[in-house]
Design a protein around this ligand. Sequence first.
Ligand code: SAH
Ligand code: SF4
Length: 398
Amino acid sequence: MTDATGKINLLGLTQAEMEQFFESIGEKRFRAGQMMKWIHHFGVDDFDAMSNVSKVLREKLKASAEIRGPEVVSEDISTDGTRKWVVRVASGSCVETVYIPQGSRGTLCVSSQAGCALDCSFCSTGKQGFNSDLSAAEVIGQVWIANKSFGSVPAKIDRAITNVVMMGMGEPLLNFENVMDALSLMMEDQAYGLSKRRVTISTSGVVPAIDRLKDFTDASLAISLHAPNDELRTQLVPINKKYPIKELLRSAAGYMSTLGERRVCVIEYTLIAGVNDHRQHARELAALLRDFPCKINIIPFNPFDQSDYRRPSDSSIGNFRQILHEAGYTVTVRTTRADDIGAACGQLVGAVGDNTRRSERYAEAASKRLLGEAQSAATGREFTKADNLAVSADRHGA
Ligand code: SAH
Ligand code: SF4
């Protein structure tokens, strides 16, 4: 928890850890609550601004501790009110955080890793490879920064951020401990006090981590399914090979059963033209989920440079939705927001120092593709399929 300065960063400490910290410096545990309110309710990072802390204690704190959020590289506001922050984390990579206002709701989409090791075929984060896990301070720091930009409101009413979804860059369950600590701060009254229903973990299906989840949190769960059968899902979400659909649904159902109170899992389905958007896929999905209490959220694919996939037409999105709706499911279609600032789902790229060489390989594949297009234009030959295979071979070799 100490950083390069050798000081402990109080930003990422849970309530229990904060109490331990104060005990370790010979102070009373009640100081923990005071400190958390200063940090999370009021967005303070300067011990001298803490008026109910004595000068002696402030000096003691300065010697051993600090409150340090990730560095804000940029903040953009879209014409539709969406905001996007790019923040630099300790590894030197940049990750993105997005705020989406919608009626009385304000949802903050938070990143958990710089890059992602899982390489789903339709995701721009995955294309960059993996660089680093975010610390608990870097995960909660994104909420801290966003909250401050709205002028921290400690009261539970009129707050700008009503929901947090772990749907930014990275796979939250592959950075388990840090994400669990950050989630507990999101829900902790002395910090952000969000209801467990309004904090959502989204996962591509790290089954052993879902199995452990109930011992650490009672946050809501979203499963990125994207396909109704293993053959197709393995092509889109490579981790499916290790943890196939049946195991994933068993594990998710196990977690949901511990939550009770009529809470249901959200099934996310990124709809890609000609890939997983056929009527038959919708029927298969309806049958697959028959005994699994859930809502289905369709996310029309958001295009990005390194992908040949296309967004389905509105009528094909409508048909897919209708089939599920008629089968009795609650279905929502995520509207694309903030294209102007590159903040739509799956467009988050940050600037990741790749450890896996995957981004390099994709760049090589992309330049081969460009070469192919040039040759194709010159010879009239069709290169698309070969290019897709090159990208796919590259992906599986990663
Ligand atoms: N790693 C986690 C959370 C981050 S991705 C997960 O996979 O669930 C958050 C959501 O964005 C996932 O449902 C993912 O499938 C979706 N997504 C990724 N790329 C997308 C794209 N290009 N268009 C639309 N949705 C995308
Ligand atoms: Fe990683 Fe999620 Fe993107 Fe898959 S969809 S590569 S798990 S961030």
